[in-house]
Design a protein around this ligand. Structure first.
Ligand SMILES: N[C@@H](CCC(=O)N[C@@H](CS)C(=O)NCC(=O)O)C(=O)O
Length: 202
């Protein structure tokens, strides 16, 4: 195998890494610029973008509205390719600088919720739907919710990154991510052979 790169003993960030997302890839957290977030008229303020992680919360909010819940929200675009997630306003609601983030202005001190899985649980509990309250049934949903958040973004992001965005095509990471993604999709297919939804909801 051709291995030209020898990792240094102490890694330092001295140059952008090439790749499509290089300009937002940096080794420190925190805000890069001062900017206040916009606020609309509803209790729920969603700061997001239509990426796979972002869509989860928008889909949840639309499901809640379809179920007749008072889940109206204002959606604000956070353009991650332009670094909006590093504004002081966004970092104040999600110190991890990733979309989606939600602010609930109907509770004391305006709850700021980040991590899409946490937002889904928060909304399900706030409106009392889509997450069983019974111990075992609840755990069955949480198993798959944690599975989703532990697997899909890292694998999809890892595969997508090396397949589409890395400055060169590297066989090893593409093979590694492809293999694990195929296994996860096979797992999903098997769940859907048995169930209408990923967890068994009966
Ligand atoms: N575990 C997080 C992942 C969120 C995430 O990775 N968001 C991406 C877009 S899908 C993002 O904001 N990327 C911007 C960046 O990395 O600077 C969640 O589920 O909310």
């Amino acid at each position: 195998m051709n291995n030209q790169y020898e990792p240094p003993e102490i890694w330092t960030h001295d140059a952008e890494n090439g790749g499509k997302w290089a300009s937002i890839n940096r080794p420190v957290s925190g805000a890069t610029h001062e900017k206040v977030l916009p606020v609309g008229k509803h209790a729920l303020q969603l700061y997001s973008m239509g990426t796979p992680n972002g869509q989860k919360v928008t889909i949840m909010l639309e499901e809640l509205l379809a179920l007749g819940k008072e889940a109206e929200y204002d959606a604000h675009m956070i353009k991650i390719a332009e670094g909006d997630q590093f504004s002081s306003g966004f970092v104040a609601i999600n110190p991890n600088s990733k979309i989606p983030a939600l602010v609930d202005r109907s509770v004391d001190n305006n709850a700021a919720i980040f991590e899409s899985g946490s937002i889904l649980v928060y909304l399900a509990e706030k409106y009392g739907v889509l997450l069983p309250t019974d111990g075992i049934k609840r755990v069955e949903v949480l198993n798959w919710l944690f599975w989703l958040h532990g697997s899909a973004p890292y694998l999809g992001g890892g595969f997508g990154h090396f397949y589409a965005y890395a400055p060169e095509k590297f066989e090893y990471p593409i093979n590694r991510f492809t293999m694990e993604i195929k296994r996860q999709l096979d797992l999903l297919n098997k769940q859907f052979e048995k169930n209408e939804f990923i967890p068994e909801m009966n």
